[in-house]
Ligand binder design. Structure first.
Ligand code: GRF
Length: 203
């Protein structure tokens, strides 16, 4: 089962996946890591793990569409069964998403459908919610809008600031993403045209 990862930053989610595959917890192979930022530490993590790593710079392209066309031609070249957006900070163009419905997932640091977009931890604090967390979802053309596959919940504690809350959520993102990729690699998760997520096989 071939997984390609898109990442823009630190790559702690990518690292969790690298480690889980190496430990035999996810029956898959990472066939490429792609970033919109040449200096993303995620690319170094890929290289350290012997995984092909490629940066595609948005400023090298006249339009967002041209950037995505080039990026996804590079992604297609490694023939992934699944594309994982893990800390990828760009909106994927509609043409790229609709051609891959059910084959792109994203991990988002909120309990979707709450708090889509950026600065999710501050949004949660401002909203005064008592519970927050992370979601892995199939990517749809709507930002953070696709069907949710799995979620992890954390309490919001008195005195939390955005950084503290982000750290508590991030720690839960890693096992959440690994568990979800394991199910996807086992081909036990599917989504239909109704965009509902189904878990097949033995629980
Ligand atoms: C994580 O909170 C992830 O949910 C968000 O980007 C943050 C950094 O992820 N999309 P990583 O450390 O680069 O994997």
């Amino acid at each position: 089962f071939r997984i390609a990862v898109l990442a823009s930053g630190t790559g702690s989610n990518l690292q969790a996946v690298i480690d889980a595959i190496a430990a035999g917890r996810v029956p898959a192979r990472l066939v490429g890591v792609f970033s919109d930022r040449p200096k993303a530490p995620a690319l170094d993590r890929a290289r350290d793990a012997g995984i092909p790593a490629l940066a595609v710079r948005p400023r090298d392209f006249a339009t967002r569409l041209a950037f995505d066309e080039h990026l996804f031609s590079q992604v297609d070249a490694v023939h992934p069964d699944l594309i994982v957006c893990a800390g990828y900070m760009r909106l994927v163009s509609e043409f790229a998403v609709t051609a891959r419905l059910g084959r792109i997932v994203n991990i988002h640091p909120s309990l979707l459908p709450a708090f889509k977009g950026l600065h999710t931890h501050q949004q949660a604090l401002d909203a005064g919610v008592e519970e927050h967390g992370a979601s892995v979802h199939f990517v749809s053309p709507e930002l953070d809008g696709g069907p949710v596959i799995a979620q992890a919940r954390v309490p919001v504690l008195r005195g939390d600031d955005a950084a503290g809350l982000a750290g508590r959520v991030l720690a839960r993102e890693h096992p959440l993403l690994v568990a979800t990729l394991r199910l996807l690699a086992q081909r036990r998760l599917s989504t239909g045209s109704d965009m509902q997520v189904r878990l097949d096989g033995q629980p």
